[in-house]
Design a protein around this ligand. Structure first.
Ligand code: DMJ
Length: 536
């Protein structure tokens, strides 16, 4: 009986084992099939991407043969050269820094999005979809042109024709591609008059259009350039789109319509504006998150820094760019600024004016480096407002506060965010806010404030920034961000952001040029500092 039971158990165990082996083998076979399918899908995607790339190149070449209805003459970059030897020296220094940053990128990271100036290799952030799409080349084009770095500009042009390809297989950010690529190419077109740039801008902008297929017309944040599938960032308040992202398309899209004659771009931008005009604005505030399916706000946070910033900038700039014809934009800007002033602008105990972060009816006494562009924006919006001097003064105060944040660091470079509580004002409190990544907003405000007020302190502050960048950020083959601006001996993040070349160095160069070079009466900068001509 014992033997019988043991046999029975033995054969049951054996059957179970055989069954397990069978299942295991089936699973292996299945995963091999899945792997083969995955490889096939990847290969198909590569094939589609290659085919698209070739088709686009053909379209580009064909378009170049045809006479264009929209033409511009090349801009004379020699205008606005300073005569004062001190200014000449300072401007030449900035030009040399640009050349250094460019040469390092060209030598070690050509075609990659950005340079790692210490490890001497390419770098890409996920905003670019992790593909090598030459963000630095496109972002730098107009700065090279303005600085008269002609050989470098022509190298960049060649690369745009032969290799600029946005058919990456991963999702790309609608906002980043718009401000850096579409904006950069359009500005290169307006300055050089070369149709290559205009046609390439259209090819890239067209890849963003599927993101607008939502019930409200508010676009998603990310789009796949091959499949056209779009989605929002997983972290953005339950599937919401972000105000600074979908609110910063108007300048580029209205310019695209102007140069191509195709109304589709401006229509998309106006649809967004309609939604924003109609949505309820408690206390007159726009919040950072909006659901593209329902048109309702998400989390009730408002900011003139991260997540909100360039939406406000684009309202006033749309008015200026249109030659003051876009009165809707002006009205929206004036009302928004009044609400920001009433709800978010505070004066610290030490007398510093700052724009705080509005979070569910409370204002956090903290300002981001990103918010520092607002000094320039407020001064730019002064003309045509109810009280011109008031807004110039407000812009000046915000700019002074941002300068304080630089002054308080031993490196004379400002942190990512700084607080206003306790006795140490305009200083970063949290350790993860002490970094500086070559951002432009503070020098951007120096530049605009200088052009509007002619107060020499803005040039002095700009020169302080040049010296600090040169002394602390210049490393190996380029410029690097710094992990903690309060450490006398800096440690580096080893990334040369493309906006150093697009914005920071461009604004500094213009700060030491005369007003005729990219006059503010004739040009409007997009949020990545790419200039577009004012419509007359
Ligand atoms: C740039 O890409 C643009 O200026 C954008 O509007 C905000 N952030 C960076 C620079 O800091």
């Amino acid at each position: 009986m014992q033997d019988f039971n043991a046999n029975l158990r033995g054969s049951r165990e054996r059957r179970q084992m055989e069954q397990a082996i069978l299942e295991h083998e089936n699973a292996i076979k299945k995963s091999q099939v899945f792997l083969a399918m995955k490889q096939q899908i990847e290969q198909d995607k590569i094939a589609i991407a290659k085919q698209r790339q070739q088709e686009e190149k053909k379209v580009l070449m064909e378009a170049l043969k045809e006479p264009s209805s929209h033409t511009v003459s090349p801009y004379d970059f020699n205008r606005g050269a300073p005569k004062d030897p001190d200014l000449v020296m300072k401007r030449d220094k900035v030009r040399e820094m640009m050349k250094f940053a460019w040469d390092g990128y060209k030598k070690y990271a050509w075609g990659a999005n950005e340079l790692k100036p210490i490890s001497n290799k390419g770098h890409s952030a996920n905003i670019f979809g992790n593909a090598a799409t030459g963000a630095t080349i496109v972002d730098a084009l107009d700065t090279l042109y303005i600085m008269g770095l002609q050989e470098e500009f022509m190298d960049a042009r060649e690369w745009v024709i032969s290799s600029l390809d946005m058919n990456s297989r991963t999702d790309i950010s609608v906002f980043e591609v718009n401000i850096r690529f579409v904006g950069g190419l359009l500005a290169a077109y307006f300055l050089s008059g070369d149709h290559v740039f205009k046609n390439k801008a259209k090819i890239i902008a067209d890849k963003l259009l599927p993101a607008f297929n939502t019930p409200t017309g508010i676009p998603y944040a990310l789009v796949n350039p091959i499949s056209g599938k779009a989605r929002n960032w997983g972290w953005a308040s339950g599937g919401c789109s972000i105000l600074s992202e979908f609110g910063s398309l108007h300048l580029e899209f209205s310019m695209l319509t102007a140069v191509t004659g195709d109304p589709v771009y401006l229509d998309k931008a106006l649809k967004i504006r309609d939604v924003l005009k109609q949505v309820e604005k408690p206390n007159g505030l726009y919040f950072n998150y909006l659901n593209p399916k329902t048109g309702a706000w998400g989390q009730r946070h408002a900011s003139v820094g991260a997540l909100g910033d360039s939406f406000y900038e684009y309202l006033i700039k749309a008015w200026i760019l249109s030659g003051h014809a876009d009165t809707d934009a002006r009205k929206m800007y004036d009302e928004a600024v009044e609400s920001i002033e009433a709800n978010m602008i505070k004066v610290s105990a030490g007398g510093l004016t700052y724009i705080g972060e509005y979070k569910s009816s409370r204002v956090e006494p903290k300002m981001g480096h990103l918010t520092c562009f607002a000094g320039g924006m407020l001064a730019l919006g002064a003309k045509g407002s109810k009280d011109e001097q008031h807004y110039i003064d407000l812009g000046a105060e915000i700019t002074r506060t941002c300068h304080e944040s630089y002054k308080h660091s031993p490196l004379k470079l400002g942190p990512e965010a700084f607080g206003f509580t306790g006795s140490n004002e305009a200083v970063a409190v949290r350790s993860n806010e002490k970094y500086y990544i070559l951002r432009p907003e503070v020098v951007e405000s120096y530049f605009i404030m200088w052009r509007i007020t002619k107060d020499p302190k803005y040039r002095e502050w700009g020169w302080e920034a040049v010296q600090a960048l040169e002394k602390h950020c210049r490393v190996g083959s380029g410029f690097s961000g710094i992990k903690n601006v309060y450490e006398e001996k800096p440690t580096y993040d080893d990334v040369q952001q493309s906006f150093l070349l697009a914005e920071t160095l461009k604004y500094l160069y213009l700060l030491f040029s005369e007003d005729e070079l990219i006059s503010l009466d004739e040009w409007v900068f997009n949020t990545e500092a790419h200039p577009f001509p004012v419509s007359h």
